[in-house]
Design a protein around this ligand. Structure first.
Ligand SMILES: Nc1ncnc2c1ncn2[C@@H]1O[C@H](COP(=O)(O)OP(=O)(O)OP(=O)(O)O)[C@@H](O)[C@H]1O
Length: 601
């Protein structure tokens, strides 16, 4: 066992979810579906797959539980990062016992026990194997995001569970009547675990067509580290990116070491803010250097360069020979794209959502489509990208990951935000040997269209004297632990695609996030130590304007596109499909008739 793993084993027991392992496992053993609601950072994503693995799920030695533990995430970066983390914590090989699959990329060994994937990948698997025979349990993480993929998947899985149960009962009868069945033909019930920090549980338990018996809900109420929230006194309605810039700079100048994660709405804003911060950092360094006598000039601020990916030693995930069958499929562009999907247009805008199975043909958001085609295609599909991904995974290694850069339990905050709460003396706490004025910024972008290799660079180790600033869209909102992030700056906005049924048009709009999203964003701090979340809007805006939850995506897309997907999955009576939030039955029937008339179904 690596030293880092030994260190982590000691820390692991402090995760709130560890105390609830028995309760969670008992519920999973007794019920076909279980809902786990837990605060951000309590350990759902990384620990529940391990509980299952340790209980024999995914084990070749178990007859009943030998199917793979499947874990879905809404986004690629979360799939890659959590697979790496779980492999590390369990001391297993990434790409072998712990596999992953996202669009274009698949690393799974024959002896795979846990597979991380995007929800779109699993949706596609159901299309080809309705019983999902290779899985013993499916975990749908971040189920609150309620993308169309997740909603259709939940509906499908509720049926798969019933089908598997029926098959299992039939087989038991056959066995009791003296027939013999070979082990490989045996079918066992499938388990489903829905997880989120902020689940709209009612949608799942009240919809009787979905789960006949409402699934039990297990709450994990606490988080490990405190995150202090600071609201702005005033809400900037136009230049919120400018406000974000000011806030980052004032944190950098006045507060102690610790990474900063900033949320804006799209690729264009990410790139603009990155450039501005990069420039400011260089100026700051130049000014500081002028004032120094005989001191070393600090390193320059760094902007991520996709070409500049560091080629290091081989990560164990990539030791598999290139001749192996899985590897041949690695990089296949079309294997996870269903027939109904024309192209890769789902990466052509950046609101943070990514899907492998595309429900609606997205339009390119002109504003936000500056990344070159090569960057998009090159996500991992090109020759050099395999090596780059190896290198990127290395950056997730424990040495980089487990150690929190912030020291101590209490970190001062910016006084202007809530003076009454600032019980710390800025003078005493903010300027150390490597005072904030002297350190450089390592500015990293993070958005859905960015190639996976570049996305993973946010996990790179930060050099001594540097401060990490990640400028992200809501792609960084859930599941991610970026080690050392102490400060979150939340503009409170996101870019979403809205559908107008009266004219049949779709348009991207910047709008307020939900309270649930704001909590997720806050939860990106306080993961490896205590943190602060600066909301660039007032508490009145938070309380009175932000909705509790974002609207389920299914209610915002054209019904015909949903029907098309269901038809591609051979669902006959679309109006009977168990959606968590069903579209109007009449609209479904109308769309079905229309498609039949067009000869599309
Ligand atoms: N890469 C990492 N490096 C260091 N610590 C990590 C890493 N990943 C996870 N952790 C630790 O494990 C904790 C639990 O992470 P996990 O992702 O399982 O939480 P979660 O409950 O799923 O959170 P969320 O709801 O935000 O996804 C983190 O708060 C952090 O302390």
């Amino acid at each position: 066992m690596y030293q880092g793993q030994v260190r982590w084993r000691r820390k692991r027991k402090d995760l709130p979810i560890i105390m609830m392992e028995q309760e969670i496992m008992e519920a999973i053993n007794e019920q076909s579906t279980v809902i786990i609601c837990g605060e951000t950072g309590c350990g759902k994503t990384t620990q529940v797959p391990q509980f299952l693995y340790e209980a024999g799920f995914g084990s070749k030695h178990s007859v009943v539980r030998n199917g793979v533990i499947g874990v879905t995430q809404p986004r690629r970066v979360a799939v890659l990062a959590t697979a790496r983390r779980v492999a590390f914590e369990l001391g297993l090989h990434l790409g072998k016992e712990v596999g992953f699959q996202v669009r274009h990329d698949k690393r799974i060994g024959d002896d795979c026990s846990i597979k991380f994937m995007t929800d779109g990948i699993l949706l596609r698997e159901v299309q080809t194997d309705i019983l999902l025979k290779r899985y013993s349990v499916i975990i749908l993480d971040e189920a609150h995001e309620r993308s169309v993929n997740t909603d259709i998947l939940i509906g499908m899985l509720s049926r798969v569970i019933r089908l598997r149960q029926n098959k299992y009962e039939q087989q038991q009868k056959m066995v009791l009547s003296g027939q013999t069945l070979s082990p490989e033909n045996m079918i066992f019930p499938l388990k489903l675990v829905l997880m989120s920090a902020t689940l709209r549980v009612e949608d799942f338990i009240s919809e009787r067509r979905l789960f006949h018996d409402p699934p039990p809900v297990i709450n994990v109420p606490t988080r490990q580290f405190e995150v202090k929230v600071h609201f702005s006194k005033r809400t900037e309605t136009v230049d919120y990116v400018g406000q974000a810039y000011k806030k980052v700079m004032s944190i950098h100048k006045r507060l102690p070491q610790g990474g900063i994660l900033v949320f804006v709405t799209g690729q264009r804003e990410v790139e603009y803010l990155c450039q501005k911060l990069h420039k400011a950092s260089m100026e700051l360094i130049a000014n500081t250097a002028k004032g120094r006598v005989g001191n070393e000039v600090p390193v320059m601020s760094e902007m991520v360069s996709i070409e500049g990916v560091n080629m290091k030693d081989i990560n164990e995930a990539f030791e598999t020979q290139l001749t192996d069958q899985q590897t041949e499929r690695f990089g296949s562009h079309d294997e996870d794209v269903p027939d109904s999907v024309e192209d890769e247009s789902d990466v052509s805008y950046d609101s943070g959502s990514e899907s492998e199975v595309e429900i609606v043909g997205d339009e390119v958001d002109i504003e936000d489509s500056k990344t070159s085609e090569n960057d998009v295609v090159g996500v991992l599909g090109e020759k050099s990208s395999l090596a780059s991904l190896k290198s990127a995974f290395e950056a997730l290694a424990e040495e980089n990951a487990s150690e929190c850069k912030s020291k101590g339990n209490q970190i001062p905050s910016l006084p202007e935000d809530c003076p009454e709460q600032s019980k710390y003396s800025m003078e005493k706490k903010t300027v150390g040997d490597k005072g904030p004025f002297t350190s450089s910024l390592r500015v990293m972008p993070l958005y859905a269209m960015l190639p996976a290799v570049a996305q993973l660079r946010v996990f790179d180790e930060v050099k001594e004297g540097e401060r990490l600033v990640v400028v992200a869209t809501n792609v960084a909102e859930t599941s991610l632990t970026i080690p050392g992030i102490t400060y979150v700056v939340d503009t409170g906005r996101e870019k979403v695609k809205n559908y107008n049924p009266s004219n049949g048009m779709e348009a991207y709009e910047v709008q307020w996030i939900s309270k649930a999203s704001a909590d997720q964003r806050k939860g990106r701090a306080g993961r490896t130590g205590p943190g602060h979340c600066y909301r660039l809007y007032s508490s009145a805006v938070y309380n009175n304007i932000l909705p509790d939850f974002s609207c389920a995506e299914i209610s915002k897309v054209p019904v015909d596109s949903i029907v098309l997907v269901l038809k591609s999955m051979h669902i006959d009576k679309v109006e009977k499909f168990p959606f968590p939030t069903p579209p109007e039955a009449a609209a479904l029937v109308e769309a079905e008739t229309l498609l039949e008339d067009l000869g599309s179904s």
